[in-house]
Design a protein around this ligand. Sequence first.
Ligand SMILES: Nc1ncnc2c1ncn2[C@@H]1O[C@H](COP(=O)(O)OP(=O)(O)OP(=O)(O)O)[C@@H](O)[C@H]1O
Ligand SMILES: [Mg+2]
Length: 227
Amino acid sequence: MPAGIVIRLRELHKAYDTREILRGINLHIEAGEFVFLTGPSGAGKSTFLRLLYAAERPTSGEVWIGGRRVDTMTRKDLPELRRQMGIIFQDFKLLRRKTVLENITFVLRFHGLSSREAQRRAYLSLKRMGLQHRQSALPDALSGGEKQRTAIARALAYQPRVILADEPTGNLDAELAAELMSLLCDINYQGATVLVATHDHSLLESIPARTLVLHRGAIQYDGSWPP
Ligand SMILES: Nc1ncnc2c1ncn2[C@@H]1O[C@H](COP(=O)(O)OP(=O)(O)OP(=O)(O)O)[C@@H](O)[C@H]1O
Ligand SMILES: [Mg+2]
């Protein structure tokens, strides 16, 4: 992905039926930025992220990622888009019939890694999240925090250029949350662009970063935190 602007939104609108969630968002995020997206529950943070990875289409407006227009992409172009991204979902989206390790190797295989390399990387990524001892467990047997860490290990295993994280610390205790933030900072320092959606103000205060406040469908504030 070229340097410069990685994420660009132009006049982005999203409505569910007649309810407008996003009302004409204009924004750009440059390569290597670390950005928080915050706002009250129901403000549209998850919707915003889903538009970026093309799980949803905007009602109108444009979404550009790394110089490519996403909102008009056909299905066959989506895998290539998603390969550039590490996505940490608010509801984890773990595959219930696969073990913790297999949840990660599955994604790495999708990225084209050999089975052996996928196993190695998946194990290292789990180890980084302190979860290697749970590698053979099925997701239903995990605690909320362990599920979250599996989802994080999966998103980071491929060393993506863009990381989209939706409430990544929602199920973690303070110590694990701090560890995750420091990990995301390291990854950002190595060049990845990171966008973290959260309504947790203590997280915003944990590191100095550009913060976007989403309220009533608009970016009400864009700057350092606290305002
Ligand atoms: N598929 C859908 N159909 C209809 N309404 C939806 C859909 N997805 C989300 N919404 C509504 O859009 C609004 C924004 O939802 P969204 O999940 O983006 O908020 P959020 O800021 O992520 O909230 P939270 O902090 O609770 O995660 C909410 O009122 C939600 O009920
Ligand atoms: Mg959400």
